[in-house]
Write a protein that binds this ligand. Sequence first.
Ligand code: GLA
Length: 372
Amino acid sequence: MSDWLKPHVIASAPGRVNLIGEHIDFSQGFVLPFAIADRTTAKIRKRSDDLIRIRSAQRPDAVINTSLSELTPLGGGDWERYVLGVIWSLKIEQGVDIEIDGRVPLGAGLSSSAALECGVAVGLNQLFGLNLNKKELALLTQKAENDYVGVPCGIMDQSVSLMAESGSALLLDCRDLTTTLIPFDLAASELELLVIDTQVHHALVDGGYAERRSNCESAAQKLGVTSMRDLSSQLLHESKGLLTEHEFLRARHAVTEIARVATAVELLKAKNFVELGRVITASHHSLRDDYEVSCPELNCAVDTALAHGALGARMVGGGFGGSAIALVAQDQMVAMQSAIAQAFHSAGYLAPRFFTSLPSDGARVDLDLSSI
Ligand code: GLA
């Protein structure tokens, strides 16, 4: 076991918060996430055989033992599937020992799975000299999650975990993965972004995500466009009669959300946080009413935040639970948290967890001893 202590490469990758641009990455839209400071670290050591051993600092007793020949897409398992999926999608041909230290809060909608995939991918890329760029790594880690783990996610989480830079939000064009860094310095305006983890994860999450994604795809097909990205508000309204009610509502969210991202970028550049807050709240209303992926706990977090002076608030990520964000004046942060905790208590919900984070760096190699 002492070999576990001698990694050849150490790499790490962050979780994310999405400022705006929700449920439009698979519609070739624009999204505006940033990386949080919490990271997942992968210590990786090459083996001389084809065995794969994985363990995690969070569960040191449970060592996964398998081999390259046993990699099976959609084969089931637990969190280690995300690691195995990356080994599979990067087509690694030599055994490895991997030790994970996951510091991104689990189940909070902060993309702990993308942090895990990207930390492992960047480490393997370095260790095996694969020379894959960040865009290629984003597509391969998404492939691991889609085709190996079986989660039909878009490209946002992996892209921001790989490409983010500290001090900025990342404007990502999900059509071609080009990026623009948008300076995001709330502290200079005496603001903070409060992340409210509702601690709930409704069973609807997996089927609900896929169903809405397919609503968007069938709407695009009926309207003769490649994706929601190519759908104008005018065409959508003129063609309403061709769509089912669900298709129309999901498409209306996608079209308006893509427009909100463009507005948010301009407001962020102008440091107009009051208007930015309004756009963030409008995103929540669209996700709640048109896309129907919110839930009572997320609505309670958002409504309470707004009632106590937040400039804007909305659910983030896939929905049906997970986290909400609120744009809050620094001197209101303490009162805001106790108001939300109180509202949850009164409603009989689990106690929420609170986080804040500055925009942080994307994935990186922290140590490389592979050539020694
Ligand atoms: C999840 C998915 C992302 C994205 C968001 C919603 O986090 O992994 O690809 O679709 O939901 O914006």
